[in-house]
Structures are given as structure tokens and as C-alpha cells.
Design a protein around this ligand. Structure first.
Ligand code: GSH
Length: 291
């Protein structure tokens, strides 16, 4: 192991505004709004404020799956929250998520508008609201919720740990990359073993647990997340790859991945989603051609 530059922590930490990391310009050690900005509101009961990151995609896939399954009440308006530009610190967004992270949802079909933040809470809220993608049998439900919460507890090691130090930190450091690579490979192995015995994470049925885990650990195996597939020898997790490919081919997943996407091919970017026809008419390639 190479010797790192010695860092002696001061007695009390102080905030240096520019530490060089990818998100250094927006990250702060305090919470709350930095500016006044109302949230837009569309015509549907469900209003989503998000971005097509792995955490955002979980929710747009769930909403598209609900609509594909015939739950018309899941119609939604989706707006971009550009976290690189600090939109998550606008007063309207902070009022629906005091933690200033996407995704956040407001359900106006309730007696009082109901805010939901944390992607796992949103998936569970929608699954319970519509009675879908969450098993009813108590034992099967427990298995599904165990994997849903496994994702919520595990992904910060993948994103905030591995992804940050492998892809975003201003320079490569062996110790944290080594430590988090070990943990992420262990998590992939947990998942691979589970998927060697079951078609889906919670068992025989496709559930919110798959929707939560897939955008992180599934997409990781393709190299599209942190460009790390080769480094992690991701192709060795054959059951995860099989499960990734099967879910990637679902129509609702293809649609859900496009919503609130502001990077990549223009035909895959649907910045705002207000209607099913938007996938045909309002992706960025169409909008820019019409200008
Ligand atoms: N545990 C949260 C994590 C949400 C999260 O980390 N969102 C990121 C994007 S994937 C974000 O909004 N980051 C903006 C920031 O940290 O300022 C969830 O699952 O909803």
C-alpha cells in the first residue's frame, strides 16, 4: 500500500469552501434554504421533483410501472431539480424535503397535501397507496421490505463511499478506494447469491425492492455508473447481470429512465413529464428540432 500524505486533523474542523471534489461548490455543512424559489405545480395529484440519478430513477420507474399496470391515479408531473446548480436549496424544495436531496414527491389527492422524501419512503408510500409491487403475504412482504431497506443502508457505501473516491474525489487515494471497493464487491456478492436462487430480489415477483436496487447495483454492472464495471470485475456477478438485463428491457423502465434526465443522448432526455405522450413528443431531440 502506498503511503498517503499525512493529514493531521485540527482540534476543531472548519469549513474550507473549495475542497476540490465534484460537488464542492454546492455542499455545505449546514442545512436549509439558500434562496427563495417556489416549486412549479402541474395538473396531476402527484407532483415529483427529481433528477434521473439512481435515486431519482427508482421513483420514475415505479410511477411508470404503476401506469403500465393500469393504475391511472399514478399520473404525475415531474420537474427537474438540478442538484449541480443548487436547486435543492430553494425554499420550495426545502419545504418538501428538509434534507435537500432528490427525489421528493407531493400527493395533492390527500385531505392535506402530503410530502414524501427519501426514495425508499416514496416507493413504499406509492406501493401502499396503490396496493402494487409489494407482496400482501406478511412473510413475503417482510422479505421485500428487508431488501428495500438493505438498499437504503448499502447504497451510501456504493455512492458516497466507492463512487465518491473512485470517480469524484480531486485525486485518487488508495486507502478509501480499497476499503469501499471491498465493501461494494461484498454487496454485489450478496445480491448475486440471492439472485442465483430467485428471479427477483424479493422472490418470484418483481417488486419495489428490485426498483430500488436496480438503478444502483444493476447499472453498476454496465459501467454506466462511475465507469467502474471493469475495475469491479462486474461481469463475474452473472446473476446480477442477468437480472439487470431483464429489468432494463421493461417498457416502464425504458420510460422511467428518461424522465428528468438532463444528460446523455437527447432522445433519452425528457426533462419534464406531464403526460404519457411526452415520451413521443417532448424529448430533447424533438424540442430542439422544433426550435
Ligand atoms: N437516501 C436518499 C438519498 C438521496 C440523494 O442522495 N440524492 C442525491 C442525488 S442521487 C442528491 O439530491 N444530492 C444533492 C446534494 O447532496 O446536495 C434517498 O434515497 O432519497
Amino acid at each position: 500500500m502506498t503511503e498517503a500524505t499525512a493529514y493531521e486533523p485540527p482540534r476543531v474542523w472548519t469549513w474550507e469552501r473549495e475542497n476540490g471534489g465534484r460537488f464542492a461548490s454546492i455542499n455545505r455543512p449546514v442545512s436549509g434554504a439558500t434562496h427563495e424559489k417556489e416549486l412549479p405545480r402541474g395538473k396531476h395529484p402527484l407532483q415529483l421533483y427529481s433528477l434521473a440519478t439512481p435515486n431519482g430513477v427508482k421513483v420514475t420507474v415505479m410511477l411508470e410501472e404503476l401506469l403500465a399496470a393500469g393504475y391511472g391515479g399514478a399520473e404525475y408531473d415531474a420537474y427537474v431539480v438540478n442538484i449541480r446548480e443548487g436547486d435543492q436549496f430553494g425554499s420550495g424544495f426545502v419545504s418538501i424535503n428538509p434534507n435537500s436531496k432528490i427525489p421528493a414527491l407531493v400527493d395533492y389527492s390527500m385531505p392535506q397535501p402530503t410530502r414524501v422524501f427519501e426514495s425508499g419512503a416514496i416507493l413504499l408510500y406509492l406501493a401502499e397507496k396503490f396496493g402494487a409491487f409489494l407482496p400482501e403475504d406478511p412473510s413475503e412482504r417482510a422479505e421485500c421490505l428487508s431488501w428495500l431497506f438493505w438498499q437504503m443502508g448499502s447504497a451510501p457505501y456504493l455512492g458516497g463511499g466507492f463512487g465518491h473516491f473512485y470517480a469524484y474525489a480531486p485525486y485518487k487515494m488508495e486507502y478509501p478506494i480499497d476499503r469501499f471497493t471491498m465493501e461494494v464487491k461484498r454487496q454485489l456478492d450478496v445480491l448475486d447469491k440471492r439472485l442465483s436462487e430467485n428471479p427477483y430480489v424479493a422472490g418470484d415477483a418483481y417488486t419495489v425492492a428490485d426498483m430500488a436496487i436496480w438503478p444502483w447495483y444493476g447499472v453498476l454492472t454496465t459501467g454506466k455508473l462511475y465507469e467502474a464495471a471493469e475495475f469491479l470485475a462486474a461481469e463475474e456477478y452473472r446473476n446480477v447481470v442477468r437480472w439487470y438485463e431483464e429489468i432494463a428491457a421493461r417498457d416502464a423502465v425504458i420510460r422511467g429512465r428518461k424522465v428528468n434526465r438532463i444528460n446523455g443522448p437527447l432522445e433519452d432526455q425528457l426533462h419534464e413529464r406531464h403526460d404519457a405522450s411526452d415520451f413521443e413528443l417532448r424529448t430533447q431531440d424533438r424540442l430542439e428540432a422544433a426550435e
